[in-house]
Structure formats: structure tokens, C-alpha cells
Design a protein around this ligand. Structure first.
Ligand SMILES: [Fe+2]
Length: 413
């Protein structure tokens, strides 16, 4: 358990006096309001895809990572797909609107941005945390100006059931945080409609994807989610971190300046788990200076370019790759080579070195056509204790930026 009173954050990114004033106050308020006791591990990650995309997305997930469908549900507005990796790791909840012309707040927000407008319902929604009582969460956080979804605030009832509550979309991140006070696997208790049976063709698609992953020796090497990284505007960086730390019992692990990319990487992590994969780290990335002054220095600025093209949103989900070798190839190199053979496109090459020293190797895939999320694979070699290396992040950020440019003339209406 990390002691918040004595922990010294890592990294060289400077924070303002405002940040250092309010961080300990927020920790203290969390303890006093009981939030640290009420809220536990991350129970699930929620991703919405366009109408008709869910099965293809689930098949993509089955090739690329550990998540497998365990149950499907039909609610009044969405199909809901519950996916599981290991029992102790968070679930994935993939939701797909029933109507081709579905529109809600997410559609409106996506429609504001040139590259998000093409998939206006595709969005990483947010994380759901275990809670002792959703009412207790609201009682603790509503006096702190955290807004929750009530009936009438949403067209999709799944955002406010008796045992699952979500915040409004954050103005700083465009993500929600959810809280569930029953077992996430008990979809009757969660209040997610009735059981949905896949067609034979849908089931065959998912089985074929899983079989392909197994045949290529990938299945046992990709573990659970390691972290998820949201991109926000330069001016929202500290607010986004502090707001998140208001809502969940993470701690500010630290922040590194990636000066040559005009950005910083800011990490919040779980305090109570030896294994981050039980409650993956939440990372926030932002430009150091806003886009409109960047040309004074003329630096690349892929982070804020991404936000201007897609809106504030989750940029990537990272899977931990088990440390080890396949013959003389590191596991991450092996996994990436196999996935590339299966047609998964990657951005540049694996970065980082794993020789005799503790270190890490990482790579980004191209973004999914269904979720718009990049998948990162990270292998921590020889018991690497840190969370990431500055040089790797710089290289990854650059690679992603080259793939996310906006060319004028895209269809945008
Ligand atoms: Fe990452």
C-alpha cells in the first residue's frame, strides 16, 4: 500500500503550485469522505462501437489480446458484450447501439472533430470501479461537484441502473467513470436486459479468431491490461489528473516531460495492488504548450494534434506481455511478428532494448477501425521496476503522430 503522505512522485514534468496545493487536499478529502473505502479495483472498461461493428471488434480483440466473450445481453438501446480475461482482471464491456441512426451525447461530441466524425458512435466510454454502494459513491462525490447520470439525462438506461452509476462525460477528458455495487459478471443484477444468443455465424467468427491466436502461439503471452492513456489539451492536464484522483482511489505516480514532442506523460496508479493488471494504471498525456503557440518553437506536437483531430479521448490501451523468449526472440517481438503475419498493422517498430539489464520494449498497433483505439504491447524485461522510459515514450508518441495527421478534405459534416 502506497503511503500518500510520504510518497514522492517520479519524473521531471513540473506541476504548478495549484496542483501541489490541491493534490494532498484531494487525498485527504477522499479519506475523510470514505471514498478510499467505498471504491475498490477497476471492474470493467466500457467501449462503444458503431451499430453492426461489435462482432468484428470482438474478433479483433480475440486475435490481439486475452479478452473472450462470456455473455451477451440485449438492453432497450444497446447490445452489451461482456468479455473476460483472467478472473482477477477487469472485464471489457463492449456496447453497440441497436439503431443504425443512434445518437446521444457521445455522437454529438465525436461529431465536433474531423477524424472522429467518421465513426460518430465509436468511443472508449470509461472505466467502471467496484464499489460497496453506488448510493454511497454519489453521496460522497456529489458535494464535490461530480455530476452523475440520472434518468432523463441519458437516452441509454445502461448508464444509470440500480446498481451501476456513471458520471457525466468529464469536460477535461470526455471520459466517464462508472461504479458498480454488484458482481460485474452478474448481468441480471447489474440490470443489463436479457440474454442474447449469438447466431451460429457470429459465434463461428469469434471461435475462428481465438483459434487463429492459439495457432500462432500468441494466446498465453498477452496478459491483461497494463494501462490506458487519455489525451487531453495542454490546459486541461492538471485538472484532468486531479479530477480523476477525486473520483477513484489512485495516486499520482509521477509525470515525465517529453520535451521533443512538446508533451508530457502523467501516470496515476492503484495504491493497493501488487499487480497493476488488477486495476490498470490511468495515464494522461498532454501538450506542454497549446497548439497555437507551438510554432514559436516549431516542435512536433502529436498529442495536441490528436486531440484537435479526434477530441479529448482515450488514445490507447496497453496489454502487458509476459516477460520471456520464444527461442531467441523476446515475447513482444514474437507476438508482434505473428500479429503482423495475421494482418495487424503496427506503427513503426518495437522500441526499447531488452538485453541483460532491466528495461522494457513497447510498440503501438495502428488504431482499430472499430474502437479507434491503438493497442500497445509492453514487455517489462528482467523485473523492470519502473513504469515506462522517457525515450520509449518519445519514440511511440512520434510514431503515432505520423499516423494521425489530418489532411484537409476528409469528409466532415
Ligand atoms: Fe502507453
Amino acid at each position: 500500500m502506497i503511503d500518500l503522505a510520504t510518497y514522492q512522485p517520479q519524473g521531471d514534468k513540473e506541476n504548478s503550485p495549484f496542483f501541489w496545493e490541491y493534490l494532498p487536499k484531494i487525498y485527504q478529502r477522499r479519506a475523510e469522505s470514505g471514498l478510499d473505502e467505498i471504491v475498490g479495483n477497476m471492474a470493467a472498461v466500457v467501449i462503444q462501437v458503431e451499430h453492426g461493428d461489435a462482432i468484428a471488434y470482438l474478433a479483433e480483440l480475440a486475435v490481439m489480446g486475452p479478452y473472450r466473450l462470456t455473455e451477451a445481453r440485449l438492453t432497450d438501446t444497446h447490445k452489451v458484450f461482456l468479455l473476460t480475461s483472467r478472473p482477477e482482471f477487469p472485464r471489457l464491456l463492449v456496447i453497440e447501439p441497436l439503431a443504425l441512426d443512434w445518437e446521444d451525447k457521445i455522437t454529438e461530441w465525436n461529431s465536433l472533430y474531423p477524424l472522429a466524425a467518421r465513426k460518430p458512435n465509436a468511443r472508449y466510454i470509461g472505466e467502471v470501479y467496484e464499489a460497496t454502494s453506488v448510493e454511497a459513491v454519489r453521496t460522497a462525490l456529489e458535494p464535490q461537484s461530480i455530476r452523475f447520470v440520472y434518468e432523463g439525462d441519458t437516452k441509454a438506461p445502461l448508464y444509470c441502473t440500480d446498481h451501476l452509476t456513471f458520471t457525466f462525460l468529464s469536460d477535461h477528458t470526455y471520459n466517464r467513470v462508472g461504479y458498480v455495487d454488484v458482481a460485474i459478471d452478474d448481468l441480471d443484477a447489474v440490470g443489463f436486459g436479457e440474454r442474447l444468443v449469438l447466431t451460429a455465424a457470429e459465434q463461428a467468427t469469434l471461435d475462428a479468431a481465438a483459434a487463429l491466436q492459439a495457432e500462432h502461439g500468441i494466446a498465453d503471452k498477452v496478459l491483461g491490461l497494463d494501462h490506458m492513456a487519455t489525451r487531453v489539451l495542454a490546459g486541461d492536464r492538471e485538472d484532468a489528473i486531479l479530477e480523476y484522483l477525486t473520483m477513484v482511489p489512485n495516486y499520482f505516480w509521477g509525470a515525465y516531460n517529453i520535451n521533443e514532442m512538446n508533451s508530457s506523460t502523467n501516470v496515476t496508479r492503484t495504491r493497493t495492488n501488487d499487480d497493476d493488471k488488477c486495476s490498470p494504471a490511468r495515464v494522461f498525456t498532454a501538450n506542454n504548450t497549446p497548439a497555437f503557440v507551438n510554432s514559436f518553437e516549431g516542435l512536433p506536437m502529436p498529442t495536441e494534434d490528436f486531440v484537435r483531430n479526434f477530441g479529448r479521448r482515450m488514445h490507447h490501451m496497453a496489454y502487458a506481455v509476459e516477460d520471456g523468449n520464444v527461442v531467441d526472440e523476446k515475447n513482444v517481438d514474437y507476438v508482434v511478428r505473428q500479429l503482423a503475419e495475421l494482418g495487424t498493422p503496427f506503427l513503426a517498430d518495437v522500441v526499447g532494448e531488452c538485453t541483460d539489464e532491466p528495461n522494457l520494449k513497447q510498440i503501438f498497433s495502428k488504431s482499430s477501425p472499430y474502437s479507434l483505439l491503438i493497442t500497445e504491447y509492453v514487455e517489462r524485461c528482467h523485473g523492470y521496476e519502473g513504469f515506462f522510459t522517457r525515450d520509449n515514450v518519445a519514440a511511440l508518441t512520434q510514431a503515432a503522430g505520423e499516423d494521425e495527421r489530418y489532411d484537409h478534405g476528409h469528409v466532415f459534416d
